[in-house]
Design a protein around this ligand. Sequence first.
Ligand SMILES: [Zn+2]
Length: 94
Amino acid sequence: MAKTKGAHHRGDYHVRARRVRDQANTDPTTTCWRCGHTLAQHPPHRDGKPATWTAGHTVDGDSSAPLAPEASTCNYSAGAKAGNARRGTGYDWP
Ligand SMILES: [Zn+2]
């Protein structure tokens, strides 16, 4: 195992993410790290699609943070919130 150091960093994300998702999908008692609910307790997306498990970084924006099961609805809203914060108050709502 004398491969270049650090190369595994990028390469094993897929593997770790899939493992987290697979585990969550096979265990209905898995809870979302962000809100503490099971998948069934999550509301569907606005377009009616049910929430699904994703592997979320436990620190927003830190891709080296550990992965944990996170419902797609929570993952999505967290991302949107972070994006809005980054953009600042660009909108002037009437
Ligand atoms: Zn959640």
